[in-house]
Design a protein around this ligand. Structure first.
Ligand code: SF4
Length: 192
């Protein structure tokens, strides 16, 4: 779908934008996401922490939750979804207006997690199409922000292929794993 590019005039120092209407619309959409949190389990605590001042999801224009599907752009499926909850989740998705996106938050939402039994849906993509999978039990807030940024990128590019947040590898840990040495503590790292 393209990008919104700023071009700075070399002589005057003034800037102007070049874009297509679809790109401008996508740019506006990705910075004004209204979320519907469908939180059912322990992952909900981590979801709420992302909204707090420490992680500050408001920076991305995505701080406003809406508890009406008709006012929502992004359905966050947060936690375990049981067979009984499945039809309600599907109905909420169907009530959202287009364009709409779905984020699967945590292992339980993505594949059922360790609830490998008849009561739990083994992944919400069996019910609704998922745009972004965020792994973790629960995912760390940084991973949630990574997922949100991936979604924003998809919105800008018009890409509807599902994507997954990849785990972050801490360089020191990766190195130590290779050498089979003891892990470095925070105090060691900071020289304390
Ligand atoms: S992924 Fe872990 S933290 Fe999240 S709902 Fe499942 S058991 Fe709870």
């Amino acid at each position: 779908m393209g990008e919104v590019k700023t071009i700075v005039g070399a002589a005057s120092g003034e800037s102007f934008f070049t874009t297509k209407f679809e790109s401008l619309l996508a740019w506006a959409r990705k910075y004004s996401l209204f979320q519907y949190p469908f939180a059912t389990a322990c992952c909900g605590m981590e979801f709420f922490s992302v909204a707090g001042p420490r992680y500050d999801i408001a920076r991305f224009g995505a701080e406003a939750p809406r508890f009406s599907p008709r006012q929502s752009d992004v359905l966050w499926v947060v936690g375990t979804i049981s067979q009984r909850q499945g039809p309600a989740l599907k109905r909420i998705y169907e009530q959202m207006a287009e364009p709409k996106w779905v984020v699967s938050f945590g292992t339980c939402a993505s594949c059922g997690g360790f609830y490998d039994n008849y009561t739990t849906i083994p992944g919400v993509d069996k019910i609704v199409p998922v745009d972004v999978y965020i792994p973790g039990c629960p995912p760390r807030p940084e991973a949630v922000l990574d997922g949100l940024m991936l979604l924003m990128e998809k919105i800008q590019n018009g890409n509807r292929e599902p994507v997954t947040v990849l785990p972050k590898v801490v360089p020191e840990q990766a190195q130590l794993r290779g050498k089979r040495a003891l892990p470095v503590t925070r105090g060691d790292k900071e020289g304390a």
